[in-house]
Design a protein around this ligand. Sequence first.
Ligand code: EAX
Length: 359
Amino acid sequence: MKKKILATVILTCMAFTALSGCSSNGGTASSASSSSQATASSSQQEQASGDVKYEIRVGHVLANTHPYEMGLQKFGELAAEKSGGKISVDVFANSQLGNERDMVEALQLGSQEMVLVSTAVLSGFTDSFLVFDLPFLFDTTEQARSVCDSEIGMEILTSLDDQGIKGLAWFENGFRNVTNSKLPITVPSDLEGIKIRTMESQIHMETFRVMGADPTPMGMGDVFTALQQGTIDAQENPLPVIDTNKFYEIQEYLSMTNHFYAPAPLFIATEYFNNMDEDCQQAVLEASKEAAAYERQCLDDMNAELEVSLAENGMTINHIDPEPFKEAVQPVYEEFIGTEAGQVNPDIYEKVQELLAES
Ligand code: EAX
């Protein structure tokens, strides 16, 4: 009887989500295989009636209303469907399993199966992803996605496989913009003396230092309180993060700097994946790629109206001329492209530039 209930619940949520747009189920640790009610055909029930053999915990640091959550829920539903119910995925939002660096380490230690992160924290594990930390590397989302989906993008994504962190697919966080409580940021000198939270990335910190700001690296879970207490004046994140973390409640100014593009690799613990049945490995690979496309669409849908809604929520929004900012951060390129540890490999950088020249 239990299996039948599980099967029905798995398929009710798949049918429901297939009919709906990009919406998350809310809640904190929500299992993607038991979140909503709908009907399903008997053949689908048979398909998903298998015993759950793999219970996967996937963590992220964003809100359970962010497209990260929607994409991971979709991954769970697809993995359950494609594995005949052998895979069950529980999604943990809001840093419940720790900050991004902790969760990546947890994959290496075998205490967590999957994680979705921004690449900036990976500088503690490898230099392969550093190219994405460079300021103003991309001008458009299309450019960024084409690089992620290219051969060099796939090489970067899988560059940690032999360190226990297997890259599955490129989700997306997006172009990052500055919010602060002091003034509109219109030219680099407006950042002079601004205490800004950054991710734990030397390149990100130096980017703000060369413009006169005072960067503080911090895990995502501590940002809202730090802003609220005034220990920092500013933070930088894509609009969907600003919205779903309600930064508009404590940050007056939003400056559309688009200074970094943050891709978001979906990782699984290599050993855990290698020990899965082949059919479930295939299910994970297919589900991760389909879920990545879905998550990008959710971001696109959300971004279409966020400037208006953030202004309605009281933010003073300004756009910038990027040229003075690009000029101001040139020293970051001189300092961080090279063959030393902590530098962007020149070959990777050149391959990205060649792709951009073709686009
Ligand atoms: O991947 O920490 C951040 O500001 C990022 O947006 C977060 O890592 C999501």
